[in-house]
Design a protein around this ligand. Structure first.
Ligand SMILES: Cc1cc2nc3c(=O)[nH]c(=O)nc-3n(C[C@H](O)[C@H](O)[C@H](O)COP(=O)(O)OP(=O)(O)OC[C@H]3O[C@@H](n4cnc5c(N)ncnc54)[C@H](O)[C@@H]3O)c2cc1C
Length: 382
């Protein structure tokens, strides 16, 4: 990360710390990918480093970093190990989002922050096979009914990233008696909670995004912690920018690889490395331009969100940032592969892994079509 984006000592120190971890994690990223193995030990290292508690708000004894800070660290982590960054990104962003104002009971939120300060890791389990992306508004098949003063929850959640490392799940369910979607705080050790190892994707293989299965899970009344029809449901959520930060990290890693390759690869048909070939130079320049565009838009959107006076004026900037960065990242990885040539397809070459991983960004929220539709609607708003 260039110093241009670093404003203070806390950011500098964390960038260095996260950089060291990212370089270490990178050494096993290819093998985790190959075996579709979730590296639970890396999550433990992040816990021990204090990273998982960074977004606990200052009011609750945490560091209370901003969205901008989170993006700096997430992008750096992703350059070394994108699946690991995406995984822990859900946790840090959920805590950041809850910490800036939520519909949780203060006692519940204080309990969660204490757990997170002790190393607990949390994520939302919102997706289901039949509803698809929860952003489309489908009603969850996971169901909660009240019996004898307890909630009984049954259902199956797909895409539960980091499932094997999570201590708490924030599970969306249809609440029969309220006829609304609610969110339940469920500990991994509750009776009836299990993980079914279903995750076998071509992209982000090492995120452990397995199915969470809930069978007659019996919960105290106060475990219904949020209502999605409440105020949080409507507010823009800048913490979701942890997603494009990860894909920007992949693009940067692909660009770095291609630039190094172009400086070193010297076939005997040329008198020097391929970096002197006009077509290669053009691609490198284009990659730089695309990365500048994406990075500046992303970090500016985060700054606007972090500024309480500017935030109310934000419209589609957050979704646009995700759209621009994700699609740019796909384009940059493509260019990097064209520079490197057929070697980019060798199974031991990191570019083929970046090529697969970067595609996952299209299927993280918000989806491209939703961003474009919203921009079009805003064009007609007065
Ligand atoms: C690597 C990875 C990690 C993830 N981690 C998590 C996680 O931790 N927790 C979690 O809850 N989820 C997670 N998700 C799930 C993610 O948020 C989406 O819910 C999931 O990818 C399904 O999205 P989809 O667009 O493929 O599915 P769908 O919504 O089923 O869409 C499939 C297709 O149908 C179209 N479509 C469907 N419904 C509509 C509609 N109403 N209007 C218009 N078009 C529609 C879409 O445009 C698309 O073309 C993760 C996903 C990935 C890829």
């Amino acid at each position: 990360m260039s110093s241009l984006f670093i404003y203070n000592e806390q950011q500098r120190q964390w960038i260095e710390k996260i950089g060291r971890l990212a370089d270490e994690f990178q050494k096993t990223a290819a093998s985790d990918d190959e075996h579709g193995r979730f590296p639970i030990e890396k999550i433990q290292v992040l816990r021990d480093s204090g990273y998982t508690a960074l977004t606990v708000p200052k009011s609750h004894g945490g560091t209370g970093i901003s969205v901008y800070d989170m993006l700096l660290f997430q992008e750096r982590l992703a350059r070394g190990d994108a699946p690991c960054a995406l995984s822990i990104g859900w946790h840090v962003s959920v805590m950041g989002e809850l910490g800036e104002g939520n519909s949780l009971d203060e006692g519940v939120f204080a309990f969660i922050t204490e757990e997170v300060k002790q190393g607990a890791v949390i994520n939302r389990a919102a997706t289901e096979a039949k509803t698809g992306s929860p952003t489309r508004g489908g009603r969850p098949g996971t169901n909660a009914v009240k019996r004898n003063g307890k909630w009984i929850v049954n259902g199956r959640k797909t895409f539960t990233t980091m499932s094997q490392a999570l201590d708490y799940f924030l599970v969306t369910a249809w609440v029969e008696e309220k006829e609304t979607v609610g969110v339940f705080l469920i500990h991994k050790d509750e009776a009836g909670v299990s993980i079914e190892e279903t995750w076998d994707m071509a992209a982000m293989r090492a995120t452990g995004s397995h199915d969470l299965v809930l069978k007659q899970v019996t919960l105290d009344e106060n475990k219904l912690v949020e209502s999605l029809s409440g105020p949080r449901g409507k507010k823009p959520n800048g913490w979701l920018l942890h997603i494009p930060a990860v894909y920007l990290g992949i693009a940067q890693a692909a660009r770095d690889y291609a630039v190094r390759f172009a400086s070193e690869y010297s076939p005997n048909s040329l008198n020097g490395p391929i970096k002197e070939v006009p077509a290669v130079k053009k691609r490198i320049g284009e990659m730089e331009l695309e990365l500048l565009n994406a990075r500046h838009f992303l970090f500016r959107a985060a700054q606007l969100y972090d500024d309480p006076e500017r935030r109310p004026y934000l419209k589609s900037e957050l979704g646009a940032a995700k759209h621009i960065v994700t699609n740019t990242a796909i384009s940059v990885v493509d260019k990097a592969m064209r520079i490197v040539g057929a070697k980019s397809l060798e199974r031991t070459n990191p570019l083929q892994r970046y090529y697969r991983d970067v595609r996952a960004g299209l299927h993280n929220p918000p989806m491209d079509d939703a961003v474009i539709q919203k921009l079009a609607s805003e064009a007609f708003d007065k």
